[in-house]
Design a protein around this ligand. Structure first.
Ligand code: HEM
Length: 185
């Protein structure tokens, strides 16, 4: 016989007591954490796993694989960035409404620093996507007649793209820490 603690009525009673706002807040924080894991995890995977592996291939397939990986990574990043902006704003509004936005100078200082670093990360991503990526894509095109080695102009574009990725790999964990700091403030 089921113990009285987990009787259907009790469970139904418990669920009915969970305020929709808590479910919403939890779902929003969950999507916030999933999207930051996608972006920061994607940055670290690209830098330490994917790029070295692609660069160990012969030049022609290496260029194609790295270029295709870059394209998919950038698409994933834009999705994650959009989700973080939406869920982050919602995080702030939910917390603000719950406290009448009396969150104290410490909270606003941490949030301000976090948003400044997040915007810097987005700026780097924009340079990657709009300054370097078009050149990388055109220089990696199969029509380009280089099979025996990586051409210098393509390598210099990739260096620019990867330097920005490395800066974002350093900033991501700091923004993450500031996010945790917000929940403790
Ligand atoms: C790389 C980008 C970001 C990272 C790594 C990040 C990370 C985090 C983490 C780890 C938390 C704590 C989650 C929890 O324990 O519930 C958090 C909470 C939060 N984040 Fe972000 N976040 C990012 C972007 C943003 C953006 C763009 C905004 C605002 C538009 C934002 C606003 C918030 C707020 C308001 C909270 C909740 C704090 C509270 O409990 O009041 N975040 N973030």
């Amino acid at each position: 016989m089921k113990s009285s603690l987990f009787s259907d009525n009790k469970v139904a009673d418990l669920i009915s007591k969970v305020r929709p706002s808590i479910l919403l807040q939890t779902l929003n924080q969950w999507i916030h954490i999933i999207s930051l894991s996608l972006w920061i995890g994607g940055i670290i995977f690209f830098l330490f796993v994917f790029s070295p592996a692609a660069q160990s291939l012969p030049p022609r397939p290496g260029m194609d694989v790295l270029n295709r990986g870059r394209h998919n990574f950038q698409t994933l990043s834009w999705i994650a960035i959009s989700l973080m902006l939406i869920t982050g704003t919602f995080n702030f509004v939910l917390r603000g409404v719950a406290t009448g936005f009396a969150l104290g100078p410490g909270y606003y200082l941490i949030l301000g620093t976090k948003l400044f670093l997040f915007l810097a990360m987005i700026l780097h991503h924009c340079f990657q996507a709009f300054k370097y990526a078009p050149r990388i894509a055109s220089l990696s095109a199969p029509t380009e007649p280089h099979n025996s080695n990586w051409p210098e102009d393509l390598l210099s574009q990739w260096r620019g793209w990867l330097v920005l990725l490395k800066i974002n790999a350093a900033l991501g964990p700091i923004v993450l820490l500031l996010g945790i700091g917000l929940t403790k403030t």
